[in-house]
Each structure stands twice: as C-alpha cells, then as structure tokens.
Ligand binder design. Sequence first.
Ligand SMILES: Nc1ncnc2c1ncn2[C@@H]1O[C@H](COP(=O)(O)OP(=O)(O)O)[C@@H](O)[C@H]1O
Ligand SMILES: [Mg+2]
Length: 368
Amino acid sequence: MPDHATPPTGRHSAAEPTPDAPSPAPAIRATRRDLTALSAPERARLFADVPADPGSAKPDPIIVVDSISRTFGGIKAVQVDHLEVQRGAITGLIGPNGAGKTTFFNLITGFDKPDSGTWSLNGASLGRMVPHQVARRGMVRTFQLTKALAKLTVLDNVKLGATGQRGEHFLAALAPWTWRKQEAEITERAHELLRRFKLDAKADDFAGSLSGGQRKLLEMARALMTDPEIVMLDEPMAGVNPALTQSLLEHIKSLRDEGVTVVFVEHDMDVIRDISDWVVVMAQGQIIAESLPDRLGDNDAVVDAYLGGHHDQPLEFDDRGRPVGATAVLAEKVEAAIEATLEEGGDLSEVTELPDTRRATDEKDGTR
Ligand SMILES: Nc1ncnc2c1ncn2[C@@H]1O[C@H](COP(=O)(O)OP(=O)(O)O)[C@@H](O)[C@H]1O
Ligand SMILES: [Mg+2]
C-alpha cells in the first residue's frame, strides 16, 4: 500500500478538531487522510496497464470486495467475486435494471447486510459496520429525499449528513445542551456546502420545494458533510432537467479534482464516457466486465447485457466504442425507452418492449 500521509491540501479545515475542543465532534471525522488529487494524465497512466477483466487488480485500490453475496427470496441480487476500486478516480457502474447496482452500494456502505463476503476500505474491514460507522471511516452513499426529509429545511437536510446518515438520531445529536459547539461547527460546514452547490439562498426553504436537479445537489451536499474520501452516487442524474445535468457533472468532476474517489451509477452512456476513468459492468448480480470507457463497445458481454435479445443484426461500434449505423439507432431506442419510463416515474424493470422512438432516429446517418 502506498503512503497517503502526503502534505495537507488545505481542504476542509473546518473538519479538523480545534485545540480547545474538549473532544472531537463525533459527527465529523476526527482524523482524515489527506487526499491527493490526480491529474488526467496520471489517471490515464494508472489505468493503462489494468486488464479489461472482471475483478482486475488496480494499482492503488481504496475499496476491495471479495465474494460478497446477497439473496432476496431465492434471487441472487448480488454475487461479486472480486472488485477493486481505484483511489482518486471516477468509476462508472453500469448495468441493466435489476443488475444489483443499488444493492451492491447498500451492502458496502452498511445499509444492507450480505449473506457472505468481505470488503474493506483502505485495507480495514467494513464488515458488520452500520452506515454511520462506514461514513466515519470515509465512505458515504447519497440517499434520496424521502417524504419525511422533504418536510425539513434544506439546511437541516445537509446537517443530517453529519450524523452519519442516521436520521433518527438527528435531533438528539443537535440538542444544544449536549453539543452546542458541535452544532455550531455542523451549521458552519453545512452553510459552506450549500454555498458550494449554490443552494445557500434556499437554506430555510423546505427541501420538498426544490427542483429535481436541486434535490440531487442537496443529496451530494449532505453526503459531503462527513468529509468523505469516497462517495457512492446512485443515479445522480436521474430525473434531472437536461439543463442541470452539466452542472451536476461538473460538481462530480470537481470532487475528483480534489482527490475524492467517486463511484457512480448512470444509464446515459454519453455521460459515462464523458466522466468515468474506468467502467465496471454488472448484470444479474455479477461483474461481467470492466474496461476503459471508450473500449466498452469492444466487449461482447457488455453488448449482450445491453442489447441482448434485441439484435438480429451485427452490432457496430466506431473506433472510440460509440455505436454506429443500425446499432446507434438501436442504442437510441433503448435510451429513449429508459428515459420515457423514468420520466413517468416508472420502474425500469417494466421496460420489456421497445416503444416507437420519439425522435426520427431512423433517418439519422448513424454518425452520432
Ligand atoms: N429489498 C428488496 N427485496 C427484494 N428484492 C430486492 C430488494 N432490493 C432489490 N431486490 C432485487 O434485487 C435485484 C437487484 O436490484 P437492484 O440492486 O435494485 O438493481 P439495480 O440497482 O442494478 O437496478 C432485483 O432483482 C431486485 O428486484
Ligand atoms: Mg438501482
């Protein structure tokens, strides 16, 4: 393991315990590793020699997972033999609906318990830990604005992240007679994050009044309260107005540019190619492929997982892995079907038939 005790980057000084604090606030990590940001060429070099195989070893993994499995009533939702997540990079996790991506996130962040398996963060096992313990060690996942959370203010939603994602302990943790100092620190940090995501003007509004895109920003702000080394984003762009997706993407990239490791689930392949340094593909609970984003089209397993059952003609991809010709039309139809279902608030597992495309894709010249 390389030594990560590199000089401080100067970020998040608010999270450091102050000298006169009687004890470090339990909510914000008392110790943190200093994050080392990698440049684009450095990241490219890191992945250059990584084989495009499921479970391939990474030069400096922050997460290592072994033989993790989770069954729901006879269905193997997750059955991952081995996975390493590279530190300081963006790993895109893709796969058809029901592939087990969300369950996998839940397992390694302590929101769900596997039937078996081991997994570690920075070499330390996370088995049997609950979410706030995992968060204190540096890994968080975003979670959606539920009905109950929508009735809290935007500021309170962000502050909630400090309790290690355990809403039920939120009010107790903020009781002023027990944690007056901590409360001030948490509020300060929450405002800092709201400014970062340009939500500060909304601090006192009910979270339920936010637009879809603003909710996603709020979810990210909340996740960052514990000063994580790695964030797990489950479909951060789902249901977001296209005008806002670019800004969400920039926020995700800027996390990486500060040295935060990002794992994110996304359906839009253009987005995946735009921001991932590495892509992991799941299907039926397993990791079926890993690859550089622009090599996905080379992988038969990926092509089958996405387009299997629908193709009666050879699939074609250009030298950058983008679908061309009839394959592009097919890919577009699949994307449109997913998009339409999401817009209606439906469940993607219900998409069995491809509807007519809403755009005149058949007239396209296929150079998309
Ligand atoms: N709480 C649950 N109870 C029963 N089955 C579940 C539960 N959560 C997920 N599943 C099942 O596990 C499989 C994987 O689901 P999920 O992890 O949500 O996939 P993805 O996020 O890739 O769409 C699916 O078959 C799904 O129906
Ligand atoms: Mg999911």
